[in-house]
Design a protein around this ligand. Structure first.
Ligand code: SAH
Ligand code: SF4
Length: 422
């Protein structure tokens, strides 16, 4: 989401007549997009700002945008007086105005209002990837997971109209894009604000019907709002990828309650069952947090058991990190850093073993890849399957980028697959 915000901000700046340069030294304006989801994000930002200041030289205008900007607000001007603009993502639709203020010499420009129903839609997005185009369909988050800073940095949920999403997808198809990835903190609570009133499953299906679009992905799904019609849509429309990222966070219903995730382990498993009954095999991936305050050894064991039960295709795992403003900050029984490290190492080892077993089963299978890159040094190509697996293969051909090719899996590791072009 943050990387795509950068693409939209860059596109807006280019449209306003600015151009991109290679180094901080060459720049007049330096935009620094920040994320505050975990760790000592604030400190990192201040350290980097000092570093950029030195690298850029005198007389430069600095802008700090994104979640750390929203979280720290005007404090940034005090701690880093060389910064002139501080704005969170909920204010990006006002970027042209804020730029005009900077141009007029105002050295304390802010965009910090979270109370908005605006979304940042722009036709000028400057995309880095020429094959897979991200499209934001919903901004902000109305869930209040007790560990999470997002509701305080991205504001309330607001959806774009279905028509504007379809229009953007069609424009991307016209530019040669074949894959679309729909983005939102919780795409499942998407609700078209126009009279059409599409829900997420309808939008997904419609994007999958845009001529030229061969693959549609979406992230992230909150299990609470994940409904069966999403699976029905995947079943009915072969252009919707066989992959669902459904973050569980913990395998213990007790911890889930403390996290205010609004579902139990059993309810989560019910959604996994829907996926298992789908017509095509669906890859399932997840996010997991270890060491949430009060997580006991038994709770942690339940998460390990859940890994075995679901057999995720891959996971992102994180040590719980205390975030400003969040309710979990007040909870007692914080887990020590050493213990969190011990747990995440065990978790990742278990997951590696699961992935190894699953990847070995793919040996001999033929997968269709969208070829996304080439490693010049080794002559290898890399592509992605509909189930979101990366596969590498060697081919003397030179024109495979962006094409769809069949590849037979010949070698499997826990995190990688190798194959041969058929
Ligand atoms: N809206 C998405 C994800 C947002 S952040 C969702 O609900 O799934 C991505 C992931 O970062 C989360 O799924 C969670 O696993 C992790 N995360 C968020 N806040 C965290 C924190 N304070 N400590 C550790 N991990 C965190
Ligand atoms: Fe954060 Fe929960 Fe919202 Fe995801 S759903 S962004 S984890 S509050």
């Amino acid at each position: 989401m943050n990387a795509h915000d950068s693409e939209k901000v860059v596109g807006t700046l280019l449209h306003e007549g600015y151009s991109r340069v290679a180094t901080a030294e060459q720049a007049n304006y330096i935009f620094y997009n920040t994320c505050s989801i975990r760790d000592a994000a604030e400190q990192k930002v201040f350290n980097r700002l000092q570093h950029f200041k030195k690298a850029a030289g005198k007389g430069k205008v600095f802008a700090v945008i994104g979640c750390v900007a929203q979280q720290e607000g005007e404090k940034i001007f005090e701690r880093a007086p060389h910064v002139s603009l501080v704005a969170g993502s909920a204010s990006y639709s006002r970027l042209p105005e804020m730029l005009a203020e900077l141009e007029a010499g105002n050295r304390r420009v802010t965009g910090l209002n979270l109370d908005t129903d605006q979304t940042f839609d722009t036709p000028f997005t400057s995309r880095d990837n020429p094959h897979r185009g991200w499209i934001t369909i919903i901004e902000g988050c109305d869930k209040k997971c007790s560990y999470c800073v997002v509701p305080f940095t991205r504001g309330p949920e607001r959806s774009r109209t279905g028509a504007s999403v379809i229009e953007e997808a069609a424009r991307l198809a016209g530019l040669g894009y074949t894959e679309i990835q729909l983005l939102g903190q919780n795409v499942n609570s998407y609700r078209d604000p126009s009279p059409a009133g599409w829900d997420f499953a309808t939008l997904l299906d419609q994007v999958g019907r845009v001529p030229g679009i061969k693959r549609v992905r979406f992230t992230t799904s909150h299990p609470r709002d994940f409904v069966k019609p999403i699976i029905d849509a995947i079943d009915a429309n072969p252009n919707l990828c066989n992959h669902v990222h459904l973050p569980v966070q913990s395998g213990s219903s007790r911890v889930l309650a403390g996290m205010q995730r609004l579902y139990t382990r059993e309810q989560y498993m019910e959604r996994i069952e829907w996926m298992r009954q789908a017509k095509r095999p669906i890859a399932i991936t997840s996010d997991i947090i270890v060491g949430f305050p009060g997580e006991t050894e038994t709770d942690f064991e339940e998460t390990l058991e859940l890994l075995e039960e679901v057999k995720y295709d891959s996971i992102f795992s994180f040590k719980y990190s205390r975030r400003p403003n969040t309710p979990a900050l007040e909870l007692g029984d914080q887990i020590s850093e050493d213990e969190k490290t011990r747990r995440i190492v065990i978790l990742q080892e278990r997951q590696r073993a699961i992935q190894m077993r699953q990847n070995v089963e793919l040996l001999g299978e033929v997968e269709e890849l969208l070829v996304e890159g080439r490693y010049e040094s080794s002559g290898q190509w890399v592509g992605r399957t509909t189930r979101n697996r990366n596969l590498t293969f060697v081919s003397p051909k030179t024109d495979l980028l962006g094409t769809y090719v069949p590849v037979r899996v010949t070698r499997a590791g826990p995190a990688s697959l190798t194959g041969e072009l058929i």
